[in-house]
Ligand binder design. Structure first.
Ligand SMILES: *Cc1c(COP(=O)(O)O)cnc(C)c1O
Length: 386
């Protein structure tokens, strides 16, 4: 084991002002959805250029409600990617619809938009792209496709808070855009999420879905006209989000600088270790559009005599935490039992088997990235074949 401090693959940053603000909400006498939620939703709406925004208990509920707002249910198909947190396709199944998986682009690791048209059927209602590690898809191409085939889009932008497309914020453009504020995300409310809309009618419908389908008229006029759930965000979470929003520019700068350092240091370490021939498939060096939610490499398993789990264990022994985001959803038992096969999307299958997330979070110190790159390259050198 390493004598150096353990570096987790991610860690949230909450400052003292945030902690104090949580204390204030707890002492205020109103702790669930109330004034802080309204303030947070207004701040988010301003951030997204004035579009309506509603918050929910988590990103999963946010995506589920997006599908409910669109009336997607049994008999409908939704096109998505196999490389995502399983929540993405679980919510599609959850409303009774069928996820249709399209293979990914090996460079961006996002859904390959050039393959979407071939997957569209008369039952297709929506496309649900995922911006893995915070890198958006080609939004021009996405919305041209949606327009051409008359489809709605639910962007799973869970990892893309702070990302951009051609100078515009993800969430400030597009159809329904869903974010997660889970603990690991770039902006966190511990748990939470928000959905960005283009019109108030859909925002109002989402409000009903998040609270039992309730409508209110006057002091005493309570009615329920759709089947809603209990997916509201509390003021405790909302006040954390308000403080995170203030810190976001600093978080972003730090993430971006750490990502740049990764490219430089990994390349230098590979050279000095004499392993430049190993293909790590570093992510696209996109510093204008990605929010650097994660820094992911693809392990050259064909060139190594160890598997991913062994590389992760060796890194852990050096005090370096890593993660897998994600194995192809189509390989999970639930999905296999539904008839999906990982080999139907071969690029997703390969990437899902070999992708590795290295530590990246604003609280990392300057020495962390060189330490991680050195550790990684040492392991790769030791375990390369022949
Ligand atoms: C985090 C995440 C979600 C779900 O968010 P929760 O807040 O954990 O429910 C969905 N999709 C992706 C890609 C995510 O990373």
């Amino acid at each position: 084991m390493s004598a150096l401090p353990f570096i987790p693959f991610t860690r949230p940053s909450f400052d003292q002002a945030t902690i104090d603000a949580v204390g204030e909400v707890l002492r205020s006498g109103w702790v669930t959805s109330g004034p802080k939620l309204a303030e947070f939703e207004a701040a988010l709406s301003e951030y997204f250029g004035g579009r309506p925004v509603r918050c929910f208990a988590n990103g999963t509920a946010t995506m589920k409600i997006a599908l409910q707002v669109l009336g997607i249910d049994e008999g409908d198909e939704v096109i998505t990617t196999p490389i995502s947190w399983v929540a993405t396709s679980n919510v599609i199944l959850g409303v009774g619809a069928k996820p249709v998986f399209v293979d990914i682009d090996p460079i961006t690791r996002n859904i390959d938009l050039s393959k979407v048209s071939a997957a569209i059927t008369p039952k297709t209602r929506a496309i649900m792209p995922v911006y893995l590690a915070g890198l958006p898809v080609d939004m021009d191409q996405l919305y041209a496709l949606a327009k051409q085939h008359n489809l709605r889009v639910v962007e799973d932008a869970a990892q893309a808070f702070g990302s951009q497309w051609k100078g515009q914020k993800i969430g400030a453009i597009g159809d329904l855009v869903s974010f997660s504020f889970q603990a690991n995300k770039n902006l966190s409310t511990v748990e939470g999420g928000c959905l960005v809309f283009n019109n108030l009618d859909e925002a109002k419908l989402a409000e009903k879905f998040r609270l039992q389908g309730l409508t209110r008229q006057g002091m005493d006029g309570m009615d329920v006209d759709v089947l809603g759930g209990k997916d509201n965000l509390t003021d405790v979470n909302a006040v954390i989000g308000l403080h995170q929003l203030k810190q976001l520019p600093a978080f972003q700068t730090r993430r971006s600088n750490l990502a740049r350092q990764y490219f430089d240091v990994i390349r230098a370490e590979m050279k000095s270790a004499g392993i430049e021939d190993l293909q790590l498939e570093l992510p696209p060096e996109n510093f204008t559009e990605s929010n650097w939610h994660m820094f992911q490499i693809i392990l050259p398993l064909d060139q190594l005599n160890v598997d991913r789990a062994q590389v992760m264990t060796a890194l852990k022994d050096l005090g370096i935490g890593t993660g897998v985001h994600y194995p192809a959803i189509t390989g999970f038992t639930l999905y296999k039992n539904l008839g999906y096969q990982a080999i139907d999307t071969p690029t997703a299958e390969r990437i899902g088997r070999s992708i590795l997330t290295l530590p990246l979070f604003p609280g990392m110190t300057d020495g962390d990235v060189p330490r991680i790159a050195q550790g990684l390259c040492g392991i790769l050198k030791k375990h390369r074949k022949n």
